[in-house]
Design a protein around this ligand. Structure first.
Ligand code: TXA
Ligand code: MG
Length: 318
């Protein structure tokens, strides 16, 4: 913890555990520290970052014209996996906001992240600690795999409980709008603040987590219902292809791969680690069983769809 604090005060970037995924964190008030995050990730500089704060009292420090809904939601869900997009204070560096007039704020529910934020007494700009477009990390080992010696300080806070990124809610416009689904659902938000819209519109701020081809493994990936998946696997194997399967428990007989729990929260918890392991199997194709299309699976289905859209772009033999 002392090492992490010293690194942040020097303007260095560290690996930070949160309850959703690991972040690549730096002092949000120092443009050159934030620029280093973009260099490490290989992310376009106009993509805004989330500022992580110790508690809801920090809202004023980063945002202005704060609507009542923001205070109500922060009181209800912070610390927790909900990011609020608000109009920014003039002093928030353009490096953090991608030059937009808004800033994303979130108080993470991880004891190590909270302890660090309290000690640091500032905001930590932190995107997920993966290279741009790649699968988000849910363990300290994943962060080390992504960045090695380029990020020498990675706080090890164990496996992330939630496993997929926070829900992003834009409160900077006339109607609240969910830009990225996550563990905190639309129904949970609406129970506190009334109707919210879903999905970006033409005026919505950019969110890189909303691009297709995100969260992607290197192996080519197909999403299929279970019966079709089994048939496809047999067909591919008959052609001499190596197939890796991401199923919902249990794993279909005779196929190689990983089976995740059949409940959405348990599935989300294991999803990114599973995608990394499956990628490492060196298969020609990754076949993923399509989960139900009910509301409780919305965030998982969103990530799976984007993973499949971007998969295989990094490998030419697949
Ligand atoms: O769970 C999470 O949110 C994790 C952990 C580390 O907190 N962070 C995360 O960061 O997923 P990142 O950068 O990978 O995704 C954050 C998303 C991006 O899609 C970014 O564009 C969006 O938040 N975002 C940040 N500030 C924004 C703003 N002012 N307007 C619109 N979108 C914003
Ligand atoms: Mg990300």
């Amino acid at each position: 913890m002392g090492q992490a604090l010293a690194a942040l005060r020097r303007g260095d970037v560290i690996g930070l555990p949160t309850e959703t995924v690991y972040g690549l964190a730096a002092d949000a008030s120092r443009p050159e520290a934030v620029r280093r995050i973009f260099e490490l990730k290989g992310r376009p500089a106009d993509h805004p970052l989330i500022v992580h704060v110790a508690n809801a009292r920090q809202l004023e420090r980063w945002a202005r014209d704060i609507p009542e809904a923001a205070r109500v939601l922060a009181a209800a869900f912070w610390p927790g996996p909900l990011t609020l997009i608000l109009r920014k204070q003039p002093g928030v560096p353009d490096e953090v906001t991608g030059g937009q007039p808004t800033v994303g704020l979130r108080c993470p529910a991880h004891p190590m992240a909270l302890a660090l934020l309290h000690e640091f007494d500032g905001g930590l700009a932190a995107p997920s600690a993966n290279r741009f477009g790649h699968v988000s990390p849910t363990s300290a080992a994943h962060v080390r795999d992504e960045f090695g010696d380029a990020v020498p300080v990675v706080l090890d806070g164990g496996d992330c409980e939630v496993g997929i990124e926070s829900t992003i809610l834009d409160l900077s416009g006339a109607t609240p709008r969910i830009l990225r689904p996550g563990r905190i659902t639309r129904a949970q938000i609406e129970a506190h603040v009334g109707p919210v819209a879903e999905g970006g519109d033409a005026d919505s701020p950019r969110a890189s987590g909303t691009l297709d081809a995100h969260y992607a493994p290197r192996t080519a990936m197909l999403l299929l219902p279970r019966d079709a998946l089994v048939a496809e696997a047999r067909q591919q194997e008959a052609l001499g292809k190596r197939v890796a399967v991401l199923a919902m428990e249990p794993l279909p007989d005779g196929l190689r791969g990983i089976a995740l729990p059949a409940g959405a929260d348990g599935y989300a918890h294991g999803l990114y680690a599973a995608l990394r392991s499956l990628d490492a199997m060196g298969a020609n194709v990754l076949l993923a069983e399509r989960p139900p299309s009910t509301r409780d699976w919305l965030a998982v289905n969103d990530r799976l769809r984007r993973s499949a859209a971007g998969a295989g772009l990094g490998r030419d033999d697949a």
